[in-house]
Write a protein that binds this ligand. Structure first.
Ligand SMILES: NC(=O)C1=CN([C@@H]2O[C@H](COP(=O)(O)OP(=O)(O)OC[C@H]3O[C@@H](n4cnc5c(N)ncnc54)[C@H](O)[C@@H]3O)[C@@H](O)[C@H]2O)C=CC1
Ligand SMILES: O=C(O)CCC(=O)C(=O)O
Length: 444
């Protein structure tokens, strides 16, 4: 396999899908050497079968807003690869959603889920519907209309969706309710469900906590303590808030959070009380991070991002391509020692190059944010057994999974000088398991 040729072919076939091509390029250029050690992979044209999703559903979602007006959105589900388990991955509701973004997310998810060691294939779905500014009733009607179409393609052993940007407990609840009605079954077809109807303890916390656990594993390789470290976080949603919560518990100082409108800067570190306010602001009032600055009188930069502030650790936790080469150079000039990605593909290729060249601790999202889908996998296991595990039990398992992912990255990513290239490590480790399963199952 020649990565450049595979990529050129995909560029020709999918010219309008930049995010998808970006994600594919990163993976195939890092697995190329390992892939070519296995001539049987090439004989089975494994790389092309792995890059192109198994299937894509796209559909119109029509719903009625509070003014009685009929609205139409696009809905999608990408079933990327089910070699090692049912398709599994979140649903994103955001005005920017399109097929390219969901294809990149489903592709990434396939490798991430493989790293978790649980039996989950990769998928992703979503809509260009934005819950922002909509009433609860509008969100409910949209979710019901979305599932009225999607329900026939998902199921506990087929495809198990969950949350992502714009999809939290409220949206999962509405979608699950409609699914249950259409499918006439009560099974674990969604994860991230409410605790009363099959959700797992620690699932809301899992992506943020998991990212911090991964970071701790990385810091330990250099004998660095998290206590008193200054951390810049982007976003203020599910992943960002639980990342901040765990960091505060461990004595680190969180100086920034943001949303798509702007960024707050709290040089003395966000307190626990202030973080509680952010949880309420985001989950109950569904407000903007600007309101935090109005409440507590800190610096707020409209349109700003966190990467210009001096910090030891950066944890991008908002969205793709939110940290570019210039941001990376600024972070490095300010002495950053670690970057651990809560979001999916938040760093541009230029930024990744800078981090790798500087040999700092850099963890790509597919390794560092795998805690969320891992606890989703544990939720599926609990649902199958019709049992619920305690918070402590789930948290312990999560820590174990993140440690294991870190070890896999080291196994495949360690270079001669001792530096661990976590990008290569995560890609090769994730790839090998899926590749072996695909080989064993023949050309299908
Ligand atoms: N929720 C989960 O379990 C997992 C989420 N992720 C990834 O983490 C990231 C955040 O997801 P969640 O916290 O779940 O979503 P969320 O909807 O709870 O929060 C998203 C946050 O990102 C901000 N944001 C969205 N678009 C933005 C933009 N264009 N520029 C700046 N900020 C923007 C929003 O204002 C919000 O603060 C996404 O990349 C998602 O794919 C990854 C693994 C699991
Ligand atoms: O929990 C899940 O199934 C999905 C999590 C997710 O969307 C992700 O890992 O990006």
């Amino acid at each position: 396999m020649k990565a450049t040729e595979v990529l050129a072919d995909l560029q020709r076939r999918f010219p309008n899908e930049p995010e998808y091509l970006q994600a594919v390029e990163e993976v195939i250029t890092t697995i190329e050497d390992e892939y070519n050690k296995h001539p049987e992979f090439e004989r089975y044209n494994l790389i092309e079968r792995l890059c192109i999703p198994d299937r894509i559903f796209s559909f119109r979602v029509s719903w009625v807003d509070d003014k009685g007006k009929v609205q139409n959105n696009m809905g999608y589900r990408i079933q990327h690869n089910n070699a090692i388990g049912p398709y599994k991955g979140g649903i994103r509701f955001h005005s920017s959603v399109n097929q390219s973004i969901l294809k990149f997310l489903a592709f990434e998810q396939t490798f991430k889920n493989s790293l978790t060691t649980l039996a989950m294939g990769g998928g992703k779905g979503g809509s260009d519907f934005s819950p922002r500014g909509k009433s609860d009733m509008e969100v409910m009607r949209f979710c019901q209309a979305f599932i009225a179409e999607l329900w026939r393609h998902i199921g506990p052993d087929t495809d198990v969706p969950a949350g992502d940007i714009g999809v939290g407990g409220r949206e999962v609840g509405y979608m699950y309710g409609m699914y249950k009605k259409m499918a006439r079954e009560f099974t674990g077809t969604f994860t991230g469900k409410g605790l009363e109807f099959g959700g797992s303890l620690i699932r809301p916390e899992a992506t943020g906590y998991g990212n911090v656990y991964f970071l701790l594993n990385m810091l330990a390789t250099r004998g660095i303590d998290i206590k008193d470290k200054v951390v810049a976080i982007s976003g203020s949603g599910n992943v960002a808030t639980y990342t901040a919560k765990k960091l505060l518990e461990l004595g680190a100082k969180v100086i920034t959070m943001s949303d798509s409108d702007g960024c707050i800067y709290v040089p003395e570190g966000i307190t626990k009380e202030q973080l509680d306010y952010i949880f309420k602001l985001k989950n109950e009032y569904r407000g903007r991070i600007r309101e935090f600055a109005e409440e507590f009188g800190c610096e707020y930069v409209e349109g700003g991002r966190p990467w210009g502030y001096k910090c030891d650790i950066a944890m991008p936790s908002a969205t793709q391509n939110e940290l570019d080469g210039d941001d990376a150079r600024t972070l490095l000039a300010n002495g950053v020692i670690a970057v651990s990605e809560g979001a999916n593909m938040p760093s541009t290729p230029d930024a990744i190059k800078e981090f790798l060249n500087a040999k700092i601790l850099y963890a790509p999202g597919k390794a560092a944010n795998a805690g969320g889908v891992s606890v989703s996998g544990l939720e599926m296991a609990q649902n199958s057994q019709k049992l619920s595990w305690s918070s402590e039990e789930v948290d312990e398992k999560l820590k174990g999974i993140m440690k294991n992912i870190h070890e896999q990255c080291q196994k495949y990513g360690k270079e001669e000088d001792g530096f661990t290239n976590y990008v290569k490590g995560a890609n090769v480790a994730g790839f090998m398991k899926v590749a072996r399963a695909m080989m064993a199952q023949g050309i299908i």
